[in-house]
Design a protein around this ligand. Structure first.
Ligand code: C5P
Length: 219
């Protein structure tokens, strides 16, 4: 019989990119694939936890009896789905690469090519992680940060600002880390400024390290 140490635990995970409509056929997006979030969802489910996976547009498949997958497109849809499902969860892991800005008013019809320049007005999306960080009775909260300079310092500031219990830093300066790859290299940072660096590993093994740390810090 396989061990199920996290049986009875409930988790919410966000993963993948978001797409922000410019018009009915175009969007603003990013290169996130959702692989890291999917790997965390699988690891938690394999240990017996019940997982709600809220995932942006991706071709990723991956099924598990204990994973309820909710597909969303935009940051606003992801925000709505998170707030519909967050209540009562034990852990929440925010690995989605949410678009910071969206077109202020998506065009109702396909924008025609005419003048030589085109200006789009963008407005800020809600910060989903920060909105959960201020909740009373919030779950144990894990966020991600992708930084390109003064990484530890910026990540620590982010951990405090968003009130995460654990922040996973991916550096853009590291080979084998980041979007689309099957490997990742992370540093874990907590609110007290403690940090721990990990070597390059497959996203499955990184997921295991993250879930081990969550379990260690909540038991
Ligand atoms: O501020 P920044 O985008 O670098 O923060 C990254 C972290 O915040 C990630 O955990 C990401 O999933 C989360 N986030 C979010 N909603 C946003 C922007 C980021 O949940 N609008």
């Amino acid at each position: 019989l396989k061990e199920q140490p996290l049986r009875c635990k409930t988790c919410l995970i966000t993963a993948g990119p978001t797409h922000e409509a410019i018009d009915p056929v175009r969007y603003i997006g990013n290169h996130s694939t959702g692989k890291m979030g999917m790997a965390i969802a699988m690891d938690l489910a394999n240990r017996g936890a019940e997982v709600t996976l809220i995932i942006g547009p991706t071709s990723l498949t991956g099924e598990h009896d204990l994973i309820q997958r909710i597909d969303v497109t935009s940051a606003q849809e992801m925000y709505d789905a998170v707030h519909k499902h967050i209540s009562g969860k034990d852990y929440a892991v925010f690995s989605a690469a949410v678009a910071d800005y969206k077109p202020a008013i998506p065009a109702g019809q396909k924008i025609k090519k005419s003048s030589d320049t085109l200006t789009l007005e963008l407005v800020k999306n809600p910060d989903i992680l920060a909105s959960v960080g201020v909740m009373e009775n919030r779950p144990f909260l894990v966020g991600f940060a992708l930084e390109t300079e003064n990484e530890i310092e910026h990540a620590f500031a982010k951990a405090k600002k968003k009130n995460t219990d654990l922040l996973i830093l991916n550096s853009m300066n590291d080979e084998g880390a980041g979007f689309g790859t099957d490997t990742n290299k992370i540093t874990m940072i907590d609110k007290n400024g403690n940090s721990e660096k990990f070597p390059v590993k497959s996203k499955q093994l990184v997921a295991k390290d993250i879930v081990d740390e969550i379990v260690k810090r909540t038991s």
